[in-house]
Write a protein that binds this ligand. Structure first.
Ligand code: ADE
Ligand code: ZN
Length: 332
């Protein structure tokens, strides 16, 4: 049996904070004097079993209290790059949640300096092109999102877009119309989590009122045939995270995942890992799982990898170069 080799891809749905490994959490807690419910790695890992999105978010935010210094943010970012390189990621459009760190007492300058030290050199150090997308935490509300957009303006050139994450139910897209309009006026790209736990109407609303260019997750869009047709016809990409969807129980098992239907409907579906240590693996593990558990063919995996570059915020030259690498991977 030959071992699986993941194709070159763009990872478009990755929360940098969600890449923190249990070993980082324990080491940073010790060096920063942060008290956690447990600092035993086995005990910590035993908690990585979730009922739903909120049960994950509660643990995720608790673990993030260990991040304090520029070095912590640099190590977090470098840890992701090291692993993404192994997973054959060529391009990463990386979410970060500055409101979390500011609430934990870390100045935005410290966060941005740590990320900048890792990501501004990522082409050279890891062969991975990177950009940052700043997410608003939807459960902190619209006013806080507006203040965050104002606060990031001194670092405007360090981000390419804005996103919307955290608790979906109860915090619909309509709340964020004004801040998204301001971000659009700044020339920022617009994406948002929608249709992860929320119904298809949240996806349609995010498209209609936030004018997003990509939908993060979007799997519940498949429940509405008119919306499926719209996503296909307007070529609006979905950043699908299969292992995340199983771990957070938005699908019962991988075999129930709507990805094959998305492909049959010719939706621009892409594959990403979301928060990989929590959900069972990085983007290579996601490709392997969908091949194994959904029986996807090489042609379908190739389509997903090609889609990832079509959906990325990159130049036509970059797109052509990386898509040629995908073709070569599957030809070889
Ligand atoms: N923050 C980190 N991962 C998330 C997810 N899957 N959905 C919403 N917010 C998140
Ligand atoms: Zn996500």
């Amino acid at each position: 049996m030959t071992s699986f080799v993941a194709p070159p891809s763009a990872e478009l749905h990755i929360h940098i904070e969600g890449t923190i490994e249990p070993e980082h959490i324990v080491a940073m807690a010790a060096r920063n004097g942060v008290t956690l419910p447990t600092t035993n790695i086995a005990d910590l890992k035993a908690r990585y079993a979730f009922e739903d999105l909120q049960s994950f978010l509660d643990l995720h935010y608790s673990n993030l209290t260990v991040l304090k210094t520029e070095q912590d943010f640099f190590e977090l970012a470098t840890g992701y790059l090291d692993r993404a390189k192994v997973a054959h990621v060529r391009r990463a459009e990386i979410f970060f949640d500055p409101q979390t760190h500011i609430a934990n007492g870390t100045p935005l300058e410290v966060v941005m300096a740590g990320f900048n030290a890792a990501f501004s050199e990522s082409d050279r150090t890891h062969g991975i092109s990177t950009d940052l997308i700043m997410c608003f935490l939807r459960d902190l509300g619209a006013d806080a999102a507006g203040e965050m957009l104002t606060a990031i303006m001194p670092f405007r050139d360090a981000i390419i877009g804005v996103g919307l994450d955290s608790t979906e139910i109860g915090f619909p897209p309509e709340l964020f119309v004004d801040v998204y309009a301001r971000a659009a006026a700044e020339g920022l790209h617009l994406v948002a989590h929608a249709g992860e736990e929320g119904g298809p109407e949240t996806v349609a609303t995010a498209l209609d009122v936030l004018h997003i260019e990509r939908v993060d997750h979007g799997i519940r869009a498949m429940e509405d045939p008119a919306l499926v047709a719209r996503l296909r016809d307007e070529r609006i990409p979905l950043t699908v995270c299969p292992l995340s969807n199983v771990a957070l129980r938005t699908v019962d098992t991988m075999a129930d995942h709507p990805l094959p239907t998305m492909l049959a409907e010719r939706i621009v579906a892409t594959i990403s890992s979301d928060d990989p240590p929590y959900f069972g693996g990085y983007v290579d593990a996601n490709y392997e799982a969908i091949q194994r558990d959904l029986g996807l063919s090489d042609d379908q995996l190739k389509t997903l990898a090609l889609n990832s570059f079509d959906a990325a915020f990159i130049s036509p030259e970059q797109r052509a170069g990386w898509k040629a690498e995908v073709e070569a991977h599957f030809a070889g």
